[in-house]
Design a protein around this ligand. Structure first.
Ligand SMILES: *Cc1c(COP(=O)(O)O)cnc(C)c1O
Length: 403
């Protein structure tokens, strides 16, 4: 049985105070908090078997290598990839996208078309613009609608035989919109285009089966899934990963090096040059195991309750406008008439409440609504209704001070 009180005991940070008030952590879309099992696994690594992997014959190196590859298998099973070598360890979502974008610079030509959505995080915009500059490919944008959903009718019009790649996030970090990636993937494949889905904002909430949705590339970061920062994963279909040239050269990614010629290692090592974030990679698996023990159904149930409760309570506040009302995860992006989001954020922090303010690395969305930014409260399964009551009270106090 899901008990939020019991769950909260897993997260030591939730017991701390901020500016004399109990911490209310509503910035989960930026990074999630870390449960004790993950903290313990980090300590265990550095206490008991810290060593470089894939190269030593000694015991510690063997142990570290085994754990690292075990974690790769945990990730593979979680996302239901066909092979463990289709899971590439990265430093995070941004790295995964850049890896794919860089690889495609060798595979695109002038006049090829790429389609991107208007809801993207900057990390899923800029690498493709750089790719277009390099190759002469053209970037087209699926516009968004007022409710924060994508104009799928226009997406279907944009697709054509020149379309080579489509990129979209599964869930928007700025608004929480859940995009219909199944339709996006299905339609792109009809034209022979490949699809990369940015799963950074979806993977803490939604369990994805990459074979079932038939996605070509899926990327995410551990730190949004109760894991540490600086590690993430890129899933790619084996046939495509084989086609892509390596991203970086160095140790670990070669089969044989002479000054005349180097042959590259097979998957996944071709894309894992240099000493990786070994500890991070290992405990990424620990974090995924933790989430699965709670269960994604229980997580979704708790977060949906929080979202509905918060939406009702916030809507009662005069002058408060919520951006993004399409089907979404537990994210509420809002503004209050005549109050700058930054000022609201500062006062909420004084009262112990952590929210994000600003453009959320998604300036095109803010431009669409003609606003400088929003206040974003994003919930996780360890949040409570009582914390939402505290948020509501704090907003009233902020209004009284600022208006
Ligand atoms: C957080 C986030 C990213 C960037 O992830 P990093 O871990 O900073 O690389 C990209 N896209 C979305 C939708 C995100 O939420």
């Amino acid at each position: 049985m899901f008990s939020v009180d019991k769950i909260r005991d897993d997260f030591p940070i939730l017991k701390r105070k901020v500016n004399g008030n109990p911490l209310v952590y509503f910035d989960n879309a930026a990074t999630s908090q870390t449960p004790q099992v993950v903290i313990d696994a980090i300590v265990d690594y550095y206490t008991n078997y810290n060593a470089n992997i894939h190269r030593g014959v000694h015991t510690l190196s063997q142990e570290a290598t085994d754990k690292y590859e075990e974690s790769r298998s945990i990730i593979q099973k979680h996302f239901n990839a066909k092979y463990a070598h289709e899971i590439i360890f990265t430093s995070g979502t941004t790295h995964g996208i850049n890896l794919v974008a860089s690889g495609f610079s060798a595979l695109l030509k002038k006049g090829d078309e790429l389609i991107i959505s208007a809801l993207e995080h900057h990390s899923n915009i800029v690498p493709w613009q750089m790719l277009c500059d390099k190759t002469g490919a053209i970037l087209k944008v699926i516009p968004m609608d007022n409710d924060g959903s994508l104009r799928m009718d226009i997406y279907h019009e944009l697709l054509n035989v020149k379309t080579k790649l489509v990129f979209c996030n599964h869930v928007s970090n700025a608004l929480g919109t859940i995009n219909d990636i199944q339709e996006i993937i299905h339609a792109a494949h009809k034209f022979g285009a490949y699809v990369l889905i940015d799963g950074a904002q979806a993977s803490p909430h939604i369990k994805v089966d990459v074979q079932d949705i038939d996605v070509d590339f899926y990327v995410t970061s551990a730190h949004k899934m109760c894991g540490p920062t600086g590690v993430g994963m890129l899933y790619g279909k084996e046939s495509l990963l084989k086609k892509l040239p390596p991203y970086q050269g160095g140790g670990e990614m070669i089969e044989m090096v002479t000054f005349e010629k180097t042959t590259y290692a097979g998957l996944p090592h071709k894309f894992e040059a240099g000493t990786p974030n070994i500890c991070g990679g290992i405990v990424f698996g620990t974090a995924i195991d933790y989430l699965n023990e709670i269960g994604f159904e229980a997580i979704a149930k708790q977060e949906t309750e929080l979202l509905n409760y918060a939406t009702d309570k916030l809507q009662e506040i005069e002058g408060l406008k919520i951006y993004g009302t399409a089907k979404k995860t537990a994210v509420i992006s809002f503004n209050i008439e005549n109050i700058h989001p930054y000022d609201m954020g500062v006062i909420l922090d004084k009262l112990g409440i952590a929210v994000r303010t600003g453009h959320h690395c998604a300036q095109p969305i803010m431009d669409f609504y003609s606003i400088p930014g929003t206040v974003r409260a994003s919930f996780a399964f360890y949040n409570t209704q009582q914390e939402i009551d505290q948020l509501v009270k704090a907003i009233h106090r902020a209004k009284a001070m600022l208006l």
